[in-house]
Design a protein around this ligand. Structure first.
Ligand SMILES: [Zn+2]
Length: 434
């Protein structure tokens, strides 16, 4: 084993989905655990005493009382919006026109795209995010910049060229044919290379003609191993607009379904105001619903129905939706998911929140066999959480009677100061500059 390391601390992984199994069975917590990492993978996970006895000569890092868990997986972001996060005062459509589109225009410059990609990966690493699924802009250069940076850092990421051929500024529009051609070329260039995966990416049906949606549906049928990402039912006035643009559609989801853009490997961001038929079809095909709670409150979109959707057996991931979301932090995102669920009289357990940000998102991405959990054979993407990172949090976690009471204050009040260390692809060394 090359570069083997033994990481010691509290450890927390999942044996089952805590929305389906009792917490005591679903979560696997060790008060004094150890994780053996080598060659970019988790080789073993056990009690510290056991692994120390079995591997006395392997270098160790002792994190003490800190909690080692899988690295966070942000299942829906727009890295090009890094620079416009926390822009004031607009709801969805106005927000796109006022802030998003002018910024996305700048990504026709490869140097600017590379600069923002590097900034984005630095910021998210500080928050313990090890995998993300990002929209890029319509410019293939923006995809190249994102994948190049991720590849240099050894990160498992998913991204795609955003496709729009109407209702966007002229400089941000492609065509049905060029969206197909450019996306296909990018799949050939990047998909499956190292830890990189491509997602076919129509922004949402208001900015794609039926011809473009059909072209991308064809592309997906030609590359069924790719994920497909888009937005669905975020705001009520957006839904009304979709219905006016697609008068023959049964509902919003039908504008995707009719063109071959509904499937198990589809990721549908927001999915707040769903009609019964939409929920039925999404569940039938096993599609991924991506909950973006800080975005939903910041843009004023609505309250995702976690309780009902989980009870119905939907596949749900968690995401920041940077920069419509107001934070890069998956801790803050978990807190917002808790608050939104509570407004619907549903108290999400700390184990459920952490599962959503790790194994749940991995499952939505169909990558649960590789990332999002601590188990032998998994890729070694880990975050080490300091559960007493500020005086506010420390005084509360000091009173905790179990791991959940110790973790919950960090979920609700923690930020990048709670991130003690980050392991990506088996190393905690930050990427060297390009
Ligand atoms: Zn989004």
């Amino acid at each position: 084993m090359t570069k083997a390391k033994l990481l010691l601390g509290q450890t927390l992984g999942f044996a089952a989905n805590p929305f389906e199994a009792p917490i005591s069975e679903a979560a696997r917590h060790r008060r004094r655990g150890a994780i053996l990492v080598a060659d970019g993978r988790i080789v073993a996970e056990d009690e510290a005493d056991t692994l120390l006895a079995a591997h006395p000569d392997i270098p160790r890092i002792d994190y003490g009382d800190a909690l080692i868990c899988a690295g966070f997986i942000d299942a829906h972001v727009h890295y090009p919006q890094t620079g416009i996060i926390a822009s004031w005062g607009k709801r969805l459509i106005d927000w796109l026109n006022a802030y998003t589109f002018p910024e996305e225009m700048r990504f026709d410059d490869p140097a600017y795209a590379a600069e923002i990609a590097a900034l984005y990966f630095n910021l998210t690493r500080a928050h313990g995010v090890t995998t993300m699924v990002s929209y890029c802009t319509i410019h293939p250069e923006s995809v190249d910049a994102f994948f190049t940076e991720a590849q240099n850092r050894g990160q498992r990421v998913v991204a795609g060229k955003t496709c729009m051929d109407r209702n966007a500024p002229e400089g941000l529009c492609d065509t049905a044919q060029s969206a197909y051609d450019d996306s296909k070329a990018l799949i050939g260039k990047w998909h499956g290379r190292d830890r990189l995966s491509y997602a076919i990416t129509p922004r949402f049906s208001p900015t794609s003609t039926p011809e473009q949606l059909a072209a991308l549906g064809t592309l997906w049928s030609e590359h069924p191993d790719c994920l497909m990402q888009t937005h669905l039912s975020e705001q009520t006035d957006e839904i009304a607009w979709v219905k006016s643009l697609f008068p023959d559609a049964r509902d919003y989801l039908d504008t995707y379904e009719a063109y071959g853009l509904l499937g198990a490997k589809g990721l549908y961001g927001h999915a707040i105001h769903l009609e019964p038929r939409e929920k039925d079809r999404l569940r039938e095909v096993g599609a991924g619903l991506i909950h973006c709670p800080t975005s939903n409150t910041f843009i004023g979109s609505g309250l995702f129905d976690m309780k009902t959707l989980m009870a119905e057996g939907h596949r749900v991931g968690l995401a920041t939706d940077t920069g419509g979301g107001s934070s890069f932090s998956m801790l803050r995102t978990m807190a917002a998911a808790y608050e939104i669920a509570h407004l619907r009289h549903n108290s999400l357990h700390a184990a459920q929140l952490l599962w959503l940000a790790t194994a749940g998102s991995a499952k939505a991405l169909h990558m649960e066999d590789r990332i999002g959990n601590i188990a032998p054979g998994m890729e070694a993407d880990l975050v080490v959480l300091d559960l007493a990172s500020t005086p506010d949090i420390a005084q509360r976690s000091a009173r905790a009677n179990d791991i959940w009471e110790a973790l919950f204050p960090t979920i609700m009040m923690g930020d990048d100061r709670a991130i003690r260390d980050v392991w990506i692809n088996g190393t905690n060394a930050p990427a060297s500059p390009l």
